[in-house]
Write a new protein. Structure first.
Length: 282
């Protein structure tokens, strides 16, 4: 194995992969990479195609695929796991992604609801990256996030986010619409159910990228899919879910800044500030 040129990722060499899959590699194309993961398409001499995924940091994907059973899921196998690094082989799904289809708003809403029901039906002891299944767990997550944001501001690591922004985030997190969300029973949430992670096939759907699922309000998945496909989620899920979705994005940027990739801190600062400004202008 070798270390990625820029990121803290470990990748298998072609010969190592060939011994694992039983065929030489004829082509290896990088589809996506960022500091915490690298995804490649492998073409094998025997005609098969596979996805190779190397990850580091906050992921439960290996445990998810080891335990989950559902027709929603492609086949997947973990081939390396040590010290927070994970490498997997995943079935190459042949077919269009939702983002590539000209879906009308009614279709997007229908699909999102069907997917929430199918995700709820996944069998197995499913791992979770976060648990915000009730108000107390939400409160603990929010206050931990606000403390970390305060430290980033105090250390002048963040320039655009300030104490005013932090106070506004606290108001949103404990507003009536957000707290109302917890009246509904929580469920398993993909958390990144965008149109790029959803394949629409003749025999049903396939959903990929199960790195950080959570236990929480399932309407979060509906809001994520609607927003990714250009549909305003607010009329369909309510103000509380939309606010929670944005707050979870802030939480993720905060974790990246403090734990996973501090080198991108200026971008996280800017994106949080832009998100706040965008909500204030609505």
């Amino acid at each position: 194995m070798h270390r990625h040129s820029y990121f803290d990722l470990w990748l298998h060499d072609d010969d190592e992969l060939a011994s694992l899959v039983g065929s030489d590699i004829s082509e290896r194309v990088t589809l996506h990479k960022w500091p915490l993961s690298c995804v490649q398409r492998l073409a094998l001499v025997d005609g098969r195609r596979l996805i190779y995924k190397a990850q580091f940091g906050p992921t439960v994907e290996s445990a998810f695929y080891a335990n989950a059973k559902s027709e929603l899921l492609p086949w997947a196998e973990t081939i390396y796991e040590a010290d927070g690094h994970v490498c997997m082989l995943i079935e190459f799904v042949e077919g269009p992604r939702a983002e590539d289809l000209d879906l009308q708003e009614e279709e997007v809403i229908r699909i999102s609801r069907e997917l929430v029901a199918q995700i709820a039906a996944i069998d197995g002891d499913l791992p979770r990256y976060l648990d915000i299944g009730d108000g107390e767990k939400w409160r603990a997550l929010v206050y931990a996030m606000l403390r970390e944001l305060g430290t980033l501001v105090e250390w002048h690591a963040f320039k655009m986010v300030d104490e005013t922004v932090i106070h506004r985030l606290e108001e949103w997190a404990f507003s009536g619409p957000v707290l109302e969300v917890f009246r509904v029973r929580p469920g398993y949430v993909h958390r990144d159910l965008g149109g790029d992670n959803l394949f629409v096939l003749p025999d049903g759907y396939r959903v990929i990228d199960w790195q950080r699922p959570i236990l929480g309000p399932t309407f979060l998945d509906i809001a994520t899919l609607l927003r990714s496909l250009g549909v305003d989620p607010l009329p369909h899920v309510g103000e509380g879910i939309v606010q929670m979705l944005d707050l979870l994005t802030v939480h993720w940027f905060t974790q990246c800044a403090t734990r996973w990739f501090p080198a991108g801190i200026a971008d996280y600062d800017r994106q949080i500030a832009e998100l706040i400004r965008g909500n204030e202008e609505k």
